[in-house]
Design a protein around this ligand. Structure first.
Ligand code: NAD
Length: 252
């Protein structure tokens, strides 16, 4: 891909304060996009903006809780008001939820689905509305390898990511004629704070998870960012409603 293939484009990243979202915000900016990153942590958001500016890019942070539709709408409106348009969006904000069937609670279910599913759906609602005004765009949602094959002691999380798959395929066909492409990325385990919370920083659970990746390691956030930039780029103009696995060969 041309280094400057995002020149004159405006990118929007939810949960951009850490991990995969942070790396993708930086990658979009490095490729020439003006970037709006959203999240709940002001200090971390300001640090990502500072890093992008230090690298010669342009970015803004806006405090957003993806479970609150008014926040999401305000963040998209801010993007259009500040940079004039919205071209590409990465709906990445999400939380993990671990627990066997006997441990699941309604509260865990509501909270996880509120963030991982409603957060993605309401983000798409407002991103699509903005993209329609300027003739199109591209959206990538964050699924998971767990969202394709399932995983023990993670039924709520897995269910939420299967739902992301369904939302992606449904909205993709709904907006394809408007020149808006919707796809998903399904990471294998990636070295972020989330994976440390999932399986700990060392021990059997972590080793077992690494062993399910034939490549013999977890992925990096930058490896996921590269896939998101591909899906949002003009190199992927015939790719609609797809999920791109970026998983080191993950096999459950
Ligand atoms: P992370 O915890 O570093 O990032 C998640 C981000 O989402 C954080 O910035 C967090 O603050 C934000 N977030 C959570 N709830 C939010 C809310 N209500 N409003 C706004 N922001 C909110 O972990 P990560 O690994 O970078 O995860 C990013 C995405 O990738 C998630 O959707 C996750 O499910 C998915 N994923 C991660 C892995 C992995 O192994 N790390 C694998 C597959 C999928």
């Amino acid at each position: 891909m041309e280094h400057n293939s995002y020149a004159n484009k405006v990118a929007f990243v939810t949960g951009g304060t850490s991990g995969i979202g942070k790396a993708t915000a930086i990658a979009f900016a490095d490729a020439g996009a003006k970037v709006v990153l959203t999240g709940r942590r002001e200090k971390e958001g300001a640090a990502v903006v500072a890093e992008i500016k230090k690298r010669g890019g342009e970015a803004s942070f806006i405090h957003t809780d993806v479970t609150k539709e008014a926040d999401v709408k305000a963040a998209v409106d801010f993007t259009v008001q500040t940079y004039g348009r919205l071209d590409v969006a990465f709906n990445n904000a999400g939380i993990e939820m671990v627990g066997s069937l006997d441990q699941v609670t309604e509260e865990q279910y509501q909270n996880t689905f509120n963030i991982n599913v409603w957060g993605v759906l309401s983000s798409m609602k407002h991103e699509v509305a903005a993209m329609q005004k300027t003739g199109g765009g591209a959206i990538v949602n964050t699924s998971s390898e767990f969202g394709l094959v399932g995983g023990a002691s993670a039924s709520i999380y897995v269910g939420s990511k299967f739902a992301v798959e369904g939302l992606t395929k449904s909205i993709a066909v709904e907006v394809a004629k408007q020149n808006i492409r919707v796809n998903a990325v399904a990471p294998g385990a990636v070295q972020t704070d989330m994976v440390d919370r999932f399986v700990g920083k060392e021990g059997e659970a972590r080793d077992d998870l690494i062993a399910k990746h034939p490549i013999g390691r977890f992925g990096t956030s930058e490896e996921i960012a590269a896939a998101v930039l591909y899906l949002c780029s003009d190199a992927a103009t015939f790719t609609i409603g797809s999920t791109l696995s970026v998983d080191g060969g993950y096999s459950a």
